[in-house]
Write a new protein. Structure first.
Length: 145
C-alpha cells in the first residue's frame, strides 16, 4: 500500500446536498477498493482563478488515504466520468505505509475531533487551588530617630 492525497473540485453552482453526495461517492470508492481513508478535509466554496467549464466557483475537497495503484485508477476514472467534478489531482505522499502507524494516526484524529463533555471541560479549565501561600514581604527595618 502507498499513501496518497487527492484534491478534487466540485462545481460550486451545485446545491449542498449534491456536493455532499459527491463527497460520499468518492469516499466510498476509496473504501470499496480496499483503501483506508485517513482524513477528509473540506475546504468549502472558493472563487476560481479563471472559469472552468463555465463556472467561477468551486467546492474544494482534500482526501488523505492509503491504497493501491488500482484504487487511484478507479478513483480517477470516476472523477472523469462524473460531471460534477471540474478538476482533480492525486499525488503520492509515500511509497510504503506502516498500517499500525496509520491506524494510530486515524485514532488520534478521531480523538482530537471528538467533542469534549461540559463537565470534563469545566474541570480542565478550572484552576487548581493554590497550595503555596503568597510570599510575605520582608519587614522594613525600623527607623531610629
Amino acid at each position: 500500500m502507498r499513501r496518497y492525497e487527492s484534491l478534487w473540485v466540485v462545481n460550486g453552482d451545485l446545491p449542498d446536498e449534491e456536493v455532499k453526495s459527491a463527497i460520499d461517492k468518492f469516499s466510498g470508492i476509496i473504501s470499496s477498493q480496499g483503501g483506508t481513508l485517513v482524513g477528509l478535509d473540506e475546504w468549502g466554496r472558493r472563487k476560481l482563478s479563471y472559469k472552468i467549464q463555465g463556472t467561477i466557483r468551486g467546492y474544494y475537497v482534500l482526501a488523505d488515504f492509503a491504497g493501491t495503484s488500482e484504487t487511484v485508477k478507479e478513483l480517477e476514472r470516476n472523477y472523469r466520468i462524473d460531471d460534477r467534478i471540474i478538476r482533480f489531482l492525486t499525488t503520492k505522499k509515500s511509497e510504503k505505509v506502516n498500517l499500525e502507524a496509520l491506524q494510530a494516526e486515524i485514532a488520534a484524529k478521531a480523538k482530537a475531533a471528538a467533542p469534549v463533555e461540559p463537565e470534563v471541560a469545566a474541570a480542565v479549565e478550572a484552576p487548581a487551588p493554590a497550595e503555596v501561600a503568597a510570599p510575605e514581604e520582608p519587614d522594613a527595618p525600623a527607623k531610629e530617630e
